[in-house]
Write a protein that binds this ligand. Sequence first.
Ligand SMILES: [Fe+2]
Length: 483
Amino acid sequence: MYTKKRYSYFATNIFGIAFLILVVSTIGFRGTQTPFDPVAIFLTWQTDPTTSMTIDWHTTPQDGDRGRVLQYKKIGDANWLEIQEKAVDRIAFPYSDRTINRVEIRGLDPGTKYRFRFGDNSRAYYFKTMPASLENETIRFAKGGDTRHREDWMSETNRAVMEYEPDFILWAGDLAYANGEPYRVDRWYSWFNSIKETLITENGRVIPIINTIGNHELYGVRRLYRAGHPHQAETEEEARKYLRENNLWEDKATYFFHLFAFPGNPPYGVLDFADYMSIIALDSNHFTTVRGAQAAWLEEILAERSGRKHLFPAYHRPAYPSVRNIMGGHSIDIREAWVPFFEKHGVRIAFEAHDHAYKRTPPMSGLNVVDENEGIVYVGDGAWGVNTRSMVHLVPPERIHQYDFDLDSGDVIYVHEFGGYIVRDRSLPEDYLYESSVEDIPYLEAFAAKRHGVIVDIHSNGGELTTVTSDGKVIDNYSWSLN
Ligand SMILES: [Fe+2]
């Protein structure tokens, strides 16, 4: 009996010790578990960048219940503040098993560094709010567009631009070239991967990004006619049926609206940096028309900010294109519906994209080149991470009389003359192609078929542009001063 009892006591002890070892090893394992680090982090703004930050981080099913909260604190503070799970917006990443977790923090201090992380055992990063004024500060941002034909090209320009330590990046559309297509979701993964690998500094500063919408953010019915499309349609009706059945027509900028908190739907909006700078994101005939409600909104928000030192419209399709026809319908729309408001309310620089080249215009007023400080300089044309294009479809001025103005033939000639310019579209026969240069085109002052980013320095009395190619060469400079 005694022996048995002893045995039983011993056995209990053995199980107890084994249980303890299990508990200890589990705790130990948890303690050394790799810190959580989300597959993607994306910072942007929906309200004043001097006092707010919108933080997105993406989670996958493999993350389980990790990464559900956001903790942040001013660098130097002891205690973390926590935004709990129920206060985090969880948005389904379209056509993916990923989740977008989104938090907007307001009421932050201007010009201040904040550390943030996604729970107790998580890698920590930091961001910096923009300064309250430009009195003793400058802001530096990088502008571009047309970001990812290839991830390595996008990353290369990201790295070149990061050498200049920008406070944020402004991209004017055509981001991942997913075209709103479910089967191209990988392009978005790659786009966010490039950001995570190259737009976060070594010590963990995450660079916020402001996006505008471009044509490649949308699902367009015409894409279904293209050879090689997995759902290639023979007729327009067939294409529309496919879109309807897959809910693609009604919500045709699906990725853009879910992946980015700003500008939202409709895809235009304004970000006011206190009272010294406003960035106006516009939609150049993609989801919303240039004319109509958007133009009315633009007139109103510019009137409210008239005379503000730094007003920067940013949009995808150029009003003054470097590579394509300046008499193209979209360009005319912008010059007629927006440019008069830009000019009336003191815009000095407007940012464009879409043409896959670098361009800078002289100061323009309508279609006229004007004196410094009297017009608007248009900077584009979107070649951050894409194949570049040359100016090959402009007609040499001496050949104007060889053409007839024939809009009705429909297949060959469209030549237009205005203010000493000769322009043409792509449908002209190949022997009329002419590789043009900046000298031939009064509305261009700088041009390069190069991948690049534009570094923009803003101070209280003006600003300066420095254009840097993906391989780190400075190819253009421009500065302006405020009266
Ligand atoms: Fe484009």
